[in-house]
Ligand binder design. Structure first.
Ligand code: HEM
Length: 427
């Protein structure tokens, strides 16, 4: 079989945000791709061709070679030719509005990552446990107060990681809700419930307009934070970013705003998605809650398996800086590679029984946090906050079941449950 090109009807759905509202369908598509087209080309009208990389080993091989597979010169997420052109017109030639770590290559990437890296290392994160646990306890109480019914995603999971990360960055609570709104407009631009009101997600011009509005709001807000922390530095991540220097010079403004923006978006949306997935799993999977109550040490494994299961960042794109042979295929200089983290985390060759949720899974070397030089900066914080939350909630949960259908966001990039209706009883 010539499996160099993927049939359009098989691959086109993964270019459409609405497909991701149906996770079973998405997994079915990637299961077929892994089996029949593990590394093949998608030629979807309106888009440049993309290699669709579905296998765990291939994704790791690419992401550990940042000098060959670049992040800065093309859109880091799926973008049509028209959207890319609009973006370049808008930015004066750049492929992105933001200049976050995700969008940088070496040597710049390491220079910028170093500004906050020590703060996110395991030793530093361990010291945050009392602070994070106090927030987790408050949210456990809040959940108990909502019994016997709530929509766990909408009422709670959206807010807990938001509060944790923004507290650590140093953003006052009164502004958290606004950061949530901006995150949802940005990541869920195509979701009918979460997108910017009135925007048309099928029009690339409108999508760029949303990004522009969100960037302008971030800039307006974080320029003031930067000025404040330069005048009076405090013990928070905002002060590190505001006073961070790159080769002896202050951080360039767009990069500084983007640094704040990634913490204020990817720093909670991903963790919320994973936390909501965990609750959905607890409510659905017979015996899981009792297993965790009987053995609280399993909660760390439950968190890890939830990240693999949820894989909230579903893909990123890299471009090849030079020719490269992968899985016997000739990748050419300039080619685009769509890395499906969601597929890699269900790869039958990497995980025994990948479609079974197992907190006991060991080792669990998932790629939910990515891999290589761009591996998630906030991974240890994310693990800590989810472990603290479940350690506070699980012993108190007496009864739990789904009270209706769960619903996923319609997003091809960051995706997770937006509705997890539950009936529950809590001590
Ligand atoms: C990067 C996932 C939580 C900040 C990444 C990447 C993934 C990811 C897949 C890789 C990007 C790439 O391949 O280019 C997740 C998941 C999380 C989570 C699944 C929660 C369950 C957080 C938190 C923060 C954070 C709490 C807090 C600040 C970042 C940053 C990067 C990043 C700054 C860019 C790193 C770089 O390019 O050097 N994340 N993330 N993330 N994440 Fe997370």
């Amino acid at each position: 079989m010539d499996n160099l090109r993927i049939p359009l009807d098989l691959v086109a759905p993964i270019f459409a945000p609405s497909t991701f509202g149906d996770r079973d369908r998405v997994h079915e598509i990637f299961r077929t791709l892994r089996r029949d087209y593990p590394l093949s080309i998608a030629e979807v009208p309106g888009y440049d061709p993309h290699w669709i990389v579905t296998r765990y080993d291939d994704i790791r091989e690419i992401t550990r070679q940042d000098e060959i597979f670049l992040s800065s010169d093309r859109s880091k997420t799926l973008a049509s030719q028209y959207a890319e052109q609009l973006m370049r017109d808008y930015t004066g030639g750049l492929p992105h509005i933001y200049r976050t770590l995700v969008h940088m290559d070496e040597p710049e990437h390491t220079d910028y990552r170093r500004v906050t890296a020590a703060e996110f290392m395991p030793q530093a994160i361990m010291k945050l446990e009392p602070k994070v646990r106090a927030i987790a306890k408050r949210y456990a109480d809040r959940l108990a107060g909502m019994a016997p019914h709530c929509d766990f995603a909408w009422d709670l999971a959206f807010y807990y990681p938001l509060e944790v990360v923004l507290t650590i960055v140093g953003i006052p609570e009164k502004d958290h809700e606004n950061m949530l709104r901006l995150t949802q407009w940005l990541f869920n631009y195509a979701d009918p419930e979460l997108k910017r009101p009135g925007s048309d997600p099928t029009d690339p011009g409108e999508i760029i307009k949303t990004w522009d509005i969100v960037y302008a709001e971030f800039k307006d807000y974080y320029d003031k934070v930067i000025a404040d922390r330069r005048a009076c530095p405090r013990d928070d991540v905002a002060s590190l970013i505001a006073n961070g220097s790159i080769n002896g010079c202050p951080m360039e403004n767009r990069a500084a705003i983007s640094y704040f923006a990634i913490a204020a978006t990817a720093g909670h949306d991903t963790t919320s998605a994973t936390t909501a997935t965990s609750m959905w799993k607890l409510a659905e999977e017979p015996g899981l809650l009792q297993r965790l109550k009987d053995n609280p040490k399993l909660i760390a494994g439950f968190v890890e398996e939830s990240i693999r299961w949820a894989t909230p960042i579903q893909h990123f794109v890299r471009s090849a800086k030079e020719d490269y042979v992968l899985r016997g295929r000739q990748i050419k200089k300039g080619d685009l590679l769509y890395l499906s983290y969601i597929s890699g985390n269900r790869d039958e060759e990497a995980f025994p029984d990948p479609f079974t949720f197992k907190p006991e899974r060991s080792p669990n070397r998932h790629i939910g946090f990515g891999y290589g030089g761009h591996i998630c900066l906030g991974q240890h914080l994310a693990r800590l906050e989810m472990r603290c939350f479940w350690e506070e909630v699980i012993p108190r949960l007496k009864h739990l079941e789904m009270a209706g259908e769960g619903r996923m966001t319609e997003s091809e990039l960051v995706c997770g449950p937006k509705h997890v209706p539950i009936t529950f009883e809590m001590a």
